[in-house]
Design a protein around this ligand. Structure first.
Ligand code: GLN
Length: 486
């Protein structure tokens, strides 16, 4: 991570934020090496220094010190949890009661949440400290954070490049040393892809294991909240803290980490055919081959596998997702939430509000979604895509009879330049080629750093994606942490 060390506590101890993880911070807090207030102050100092340039946060909350004080009181009463006092960033589409949340859209500018998302609530009740809300692509649509109505976030590794998206602000906040971990949301890769571009760990949990209550819906059958962290162990800590069945989300299921029993030996499946897809960077391919060798040298068995319908994953995602987007975003009509632009009659109110409030990408997807759901085309597009979804799920079910983990690169290229793809939606959509499948199938997937490439003298991180069967998070943590030598 970037240099941020040297914050001195009142007893003269230097807090080295670069080296800190949730686990380590917890030990220090517990042995009173520093207080939750000092820890929060150290992060606020970094944010003050770096955020004006990087724009990871859209807002720093005005009650951070109060939250930290409350966390300290939990420690004093010896009722602490491992996340008590841990400074976190939260994506701007996850609600905290009384705080603004805009999904980085003009249509929600100034909107204040009236309730708290279950995932956030679970952390708050354990005394975690939310520093502020993180920038994102508008309504989580994008792969670069460039569709935010409030300016792009820069990649802390190279300020001329994007941090990925849509949870780009969350990943950048962690990578710049401005939070110990962050919450993001993942509909087609929005946790894993930015984690990969910024050199972090990103977990997309099994669909339903983390409640979607209080997450602004994008594609309801695909969306899931998950963590972006510095270590696999930290991702596990946050996942355990936020998962579980929730009466406010009927699609939620138990997130028990022991749902799939641990194995002595994990077999790694390699769908090498995906490397034939056009547009995959040569360095990414080499890094993937090197990762396979690393697994073998660590004693893992590897096995070539074939996922014959995976080639249709991206195409079906870009039918299913906009269909759900068009219906989910219908609620932003200028009456119920946020922006209101008056016209001569109600229809004009809608048109003015939605026309001015939504950005180009949101409007594109609403149009696409409305089209694929229209009476004349429903069968040709939406139903077809649903059939393909079933075929892809069957492929995975079959392959998981013989392997425990499937690996792919997380992204086809390292972080690209700001502006490079912004006028070319198709090439932007290709950034999700490896990640959308896990959302289509609902399985958990973890992105871990797998090395770096040099571009214009800057070191850019690459990511490796690990996928496991439904509720196989434990396997991901086991194999991921072994790969990284944690
Ligand atoms: N980049 C993908 C998209 O634009 C994924 C978005 C997401 O996961 N929220 O749809």
């Amino acid at each position: 991570m970037t240099e941020t060390s040297g914050f001195l506590t009142s007893n003269g101890m230097a807090i080295d934020l670069t080296d800190l993880t949730i686990d380590k911070a917890h030990k220090h807090l517990k042995s009173r090496d520093f207080s939750a207030m000092e820890l929060a102050d150290a992060y606020l100092e970094v944010i003050e220094k770096k955020n004006p340039e990087i724009n990871a946060y859209l807002e720093i909350y005005d009650d951070v010190k109060k939250q930290a004080q409350q966390a300290q009181e939990i420690f004093e009463s010896k009722e602490e949890n491992i996340v008590t006092g841990i400074p976190l960033a939260i994506k701007d589409n996850i609600l905290i009661k009384g705080k603004q949340a805009s999904a980085a859209s003009k249509i929600l500018e100034g909107y204040t949440a009236t309730y708290t998302a279950t995932a956030a609530h679970k952390l708050i009740e354990k005394g975690a400290v939310f520093l502020g809300r993180a920038n994102m692509d508008e309504f989580a649509m994008g792969s670069s954070t460039e569709t935010s109505a409030f300016g792009v976030t820069k990649n802390p590794r190279d300020l001329s490049r994007v941090p990925g998206g849509s949870s780009g602000g969350s990943a950048a906040a962690v990578a710049m040393g401005g939070a110990l971990a962050a919450l993001g949301s993942d509909t087609g890769g929005s946790i894993r892809q930015p984690a990969s571009f910024c050199g972090c760990i990103g977990l997309k949990p099994t669909y339903g294991t983390v409640s979607r209550y209080g997450l602004m819906a994008m594609g309801s059958s695909l969306d899931v909240i998950g963590p972006i962290t510095k270590t696999v162990a930290d991702a596990e800590i946050i996942f355990k803290a936020i998962c579980g069945k929730d009466k406010y989300d009927s699609t939620s299921i138990s997130g028990s980490i022991n749902a799939v029993s641990p194995k002595k030996e994990y077999i790694i499946g390699i769908p090498r055919e995906i490397l034939e897809i056009e547009g995959i960077d040569k360095d990414v391919k080499e890094n993937f081959e090197a990762s396979i060798k690393k697994f073998e040298s660590l004693g893992f068995k590897t096995k070539e596998i074939s996922l014959s319908n995976i080639a249709y994953a991206l195409a079906s995602y870009y039918i299913l997702m906009p269909a759900e987007v068009s219906s989910n975003l219908a609620r932003f009509d200028g009456v119920k939430y946020g922006l209101h632009k008056k016209g001569a009659n109600l229809l004009e109110d809608y048109l003015n509000t939605r026309g001015e409030g939504f950005g180009v990408e949101a409007r594109r997807r609403i149009l696409l979604g409305t089209y694929v759901l229209s009476a004349g085309y429903y069968d040709a597009y939406y139903n077809k895509a649903n059939d393909v979804r079933r075929l892809i799920a069957d492929d995975f079910e079959n392959v998981f009879k013989n392997v425990d983990i499937i690996i792919t690169p997380t992204t086809p290229t390292p972080a690209f330049k700001i502006g490079e793809k912004v006028n070319d939606p198709l090439s932007m959509y290709l950034a999700d080629i490896f990640t959308v499948t896990a959302n289509i199938v609902g399985i958990p997937a973890l992105s871990i750093p797998s090395g770096a490439v040099i571009r214009e003298e800057k070191e850019l991180p690459l990511g490796l994606q690990l996928m496991a069967p439904h509720r196989g998070e434990h396997s991901l943590f086991m194999v991921g942490s072994q790969f990284l030598g944690e």
